[in-house]
Design a protein around this ligand. Structure first.
Ligand SMILES: [Zn+2]
Length: 115
């Protein structure tokens, strides 16, 4: 499953960061995921619950921040929420547009507990 490998990847980074900080436990993991990142919300939530098991973050609260896709038009300079991969500008019908946000797949923050 695509999302499980992403979740395991996230946990590798979280684990390395927590150990580098001398933490005993990770209490919270905040993730930022774009709606165009190719990640399914339900699948990634399940995958994260699975991936944190028996790790330094086994009791961590995992918070997802979903970012909607936004595109900008080069011709009329308007910003809009694209409906599909063609990102046609709804204001002037231009195809001369680019994605501003929506492909994020970031670890926003990690909270750790130290004794
Ligand atoms: Zn436009």
């Amino acid at each position: 499953m695509h999302e499980l490998s992403i979740a395991l990847n996230i946990m590798e980074i979280v684990d390395a960061e927590a150990r580098a900080a001398g933490a005993d436990e990770v209490s919270k993991i905040e993730l930022e995921i774009g709606s165009w990142s190719g990640v399914e919300p339900d699948a990634i939530e399940m995958a994260m619950a699975e991936a944190i098991r028996e790790t330094i973050a086994s009791k961590a609260k995992v918070v997802f921040h979903w970012r909607k896709a936004m595109a900008a038009c080069e011709d009329c300079c308007n910003e809009f929420e694209p409906e599909d991969i063609f990102k046609i500008c709804p204001y002037c019908n231009s195809l001369n547009t680019h994605l501003l946000t929506g492909k994020e797949l970031n670890i926003k923050s990690i909270e750790v507990v130290k004794d």
